[in-house]
Design a binder for this molecule. Structure first.
Ligand code: CP
Length: 336
């Protein structure tokens, strides 16, 4: 807990230390407790004014980004965060083609090698089991930028930070996490772990054969909040779930075009389509502004893009809040 007194004003470093992240890996959102999460959010808020001008906290430090899967937001915002902090960035965005992984170098050896160039690594990988087996080879802190289907903690953190900045609280909020495939929705898994820890109630909606991962569900329930699973809702029932909620979260589909598992998502896409109507009806009947969140990327047919220009839109605000959040994360993990 960070304490402010008249004789000792709160310093950035106090919040960075209070996150407990210095020198550690970030694998799951549940690696951080409630106080540590709030310290990170307060640090991100302190850094917001510097997302344009920059602040030299990481001079002489190097971030490496190593992405075994495609990305726009996570890689570019992590790199921008380090640039804004005055550090340097080395990047490998297509390792299976252009790194020695293409010559069958193991992830273990790659991590040992990068540890000698960089002070922090941001890693995205399709195989969470491979990552967890080889992570001990890294001697620098590693930020998970998405491992397999199970975890995407920086996305979860920026989603939580958005909720905190927009709503100012977590307790008493009801959040609908809905997807044609929750079983592969790693951003949804991470967001739920944080929401539950911070006191929000969760409703999951999905096809019965593609529910949220049991190990994540068990952990989410262990925080004692109300958790409801709704399977195979009709479009009308789905609209009712939206109207019962304060926030609606769409984890999006993480399977690249051409991937076989993407077909499952497409199979149920129409049933889970989100229109503007329930948002407008909730405002008219209940005076409630329901925020629509999405981890992005999105594609046509998931929801009504006219929501972009309404007060319900939060998904591009999430993108904006991602930058100070990732600056705070780098500062906390490397240390000032
Ligand atoms: N939200 C997210 O992970 O987006 P990218 O795949 O573009 O990084």
């Amino acid at each position: 807990m960070v304490k402010q007194t008249v004789s000792s004003p709160i310093k950035l470093v106090d919040y960075a230390d209070a996150t407990g992240l210095r020198g550690r890996n970030l694998n799951f959102l549940s690696d951080m407790n409630k106080e540590q999460l709030m310290a990170l959010f307060r640090l991100a808020e302190m850094l917001e004014p510097y997302t344009r001008t920059g602040l030299n906290l990481m001079q002489g430090k190097t971030l490496c980004t190593l992405f075994f899967e495609p990305s726009t937001r996570t890689r570019l915002s992590t790199e921008t965060a380090m640039n804004k902090l005055g550090g340097t960035v080395i990047s490998e965005s297509n390792p299976l083609q252009s790194s020695s992984a293409a010559k069958d170098e193991s992830l273990w050896d790659t991590l040992r090698t990068i540890s000698q160039y960089a002070d922090i690594l941001a890693l995205r990988h399709y195989d969470d089991k491979r990552v967890f087996a080889d992570l001990p080879a890294a001697t620098i802190p590693v930020i998970s930028c998405g491992y397999g289907h199970v975890t995407h903690p920086t996305q979860g953190l920026l989603d939580l930070y958005t909720v905190w900045r927009v709503k100012g609280r977590f307790e008493g909020l009801k959040v609908l996490i809905t997807s044609p495939d929750l079983s592969r929705a790693r951003s949804g898994q991470s967001f739920a772990l944080g929401l539950a820890q911070l006191g929000a109630d969760i409703i999951y909606a999905s096809p019965k054969d593609l529910p949220t991962l049991p190990e994540i569900l068990e952990k989410v329930k262990s925080y004692g909040v109300n958790v409801t699973e709704v399977f195979d809702p009709t479009p009308e029932e789905h609209d009712e779930l939206i109207m019962q909620s304060d926030l609606v979260y769409l984890p999006g589909c993480r399977i690249p075009k051409g991937g076989a598992e993407r077909d499952l998502y497409m199979l149920y896409k129409d049933t889970f389509y989100i229109g503007l109507e329930p948002f407008e009806r909730a405002k008219k009947e209940q005076g409630k502004i329901i925020g629509l969140m999405h981890s992005l990327p999105r594609f046509a047919g998931e929801f009504d893009f006219n929501i972009d220009n309404t007060e319900f839109e939060l998904y591009f605000k999430q993108v904006g809040f991602g930058l100070p959040l990732r600056m705070a994360l780098i500062v906390s993990m490397v240390g000032i």
